[in-house]
Design a protein around this ligand. Sequence first.
Ligand code: IMP
Length: 429
Amino acid sequence: MASVTVIGAQWGDEGKGKIVDWLASRADAVVRFQGGHNAGHTLVVGEQVYKLSLLPSGIVTGTLSIIGNGVVLDPWALKAEFDKLTGQGVTINADNFAIADNCPLILPLHRDLDGLREQAAGSGKIGTTGRGIGPAYEDKVGRRAIRVCDLAHLDALDSQLDRLCAHHDALRAGFGQPPVDRAALLADLAEIAPFVLQFAQPVWKRLNKVRKAGARILFEGAQGVLLDVDHGTYPFVTSSNTVSGTAASGSGLGPNATGFVLGIVKAYTTRVGSGPFPTELEDETGQRLGERGHEFGTVTGRKRRCGWFDAVLVRQSCAISGVTGIALTKLDVLDGFDKVKICTGYRLRGKVLDYFPSHAADQAAVEPIYEEMDGWQGTTAGARSWADLPAQAIKYIQRVQELIETPVALVSTSPEREDTILVRDPFVD
Ligand code: IMP
């Protein structure tokens, strides 16, 4: 049976939540493979509203939910989310939840450093979520991270803590901060360890087993391809690889496990935090998109920047991530515009580009080349078949599909699960 990997094809916040929930309800296992509690989405099941940042989406329905090794795990944030969800009646136990024992931890010192750096950067700040994500990944690749499996060996942690604290103390001194309170850190780790360890295991083993048994695995990506540390708008990116390939390395399965790659694409563009954004609209139209699309961050509550659809960026994301088909979301936000625009190329110092260049200065300097189309006056909200859509909205979707060189697998027309036009079922094809 097929597996599905869901990734955001823009700067995150593409509306992955609804699609992931729908797929999670039909999956046998759901895996988070990168990022941490910088992600966030709200799940509505019946009367209940659940807010998830770190736990995979399957958890609410009791589907086997796994945090892979590619995630950075803040054990205290996990405990808070766990308490909240179990308080709402969700069952979370070792049967339906597992954490990779080789997953690196986010510690309070990472959050400190994230905040100190952002404060010091002034107008050059990245605009991070302040969760300590970047510093935790740095320690992972710097080979000084404390990992989940270390929690079972706290008495043998001395030399690791020496290395970690020496590194952070030097950085903290540069910011005029006191050294890490090592005793307090160790005491906090000892306190949280039993909670985390009850779920810790080599998840690659469990995943390989369920895969061999024919399970449908849903790999739940966070953020978006344009925030990928290699392929995104560096340095205004997150610190993980958000592309589909990470589903394999971040969970302990091979590259042939990722299955159908579903890229989630919003019908226009948004971004939170700093960094280049060629089609950004700092005018009434941008404001209108933001208001109609309720564009405020789930994790930080920040207002999202808004702009027209950028087909160059999405084509690039789809290519880099091997997207099999896209889910187009929030089309209804474009309802009622007289004209809509799509960016089909860039102009950079007199030259025309059909791709987004790598250098930050070039990324900031490109000017979008737009194609203008007539808008539509009817509503697309709640449409469940092509026949429910205004003709001009169908033309828009077809043009998007052509320009990004990737087929539309489904169109989502409202936050309700049933309000979807399904062209190709990712789990079946
Ligand atoms: P960090 O992941 O907290 O280090 O933040 C780095 C960049 O990624 C910032 O621009 C954030 O706004 C952005 N970012 C991180 N997580 C998300 C997300 O879930 N949605 C949208 N943007 C995000």
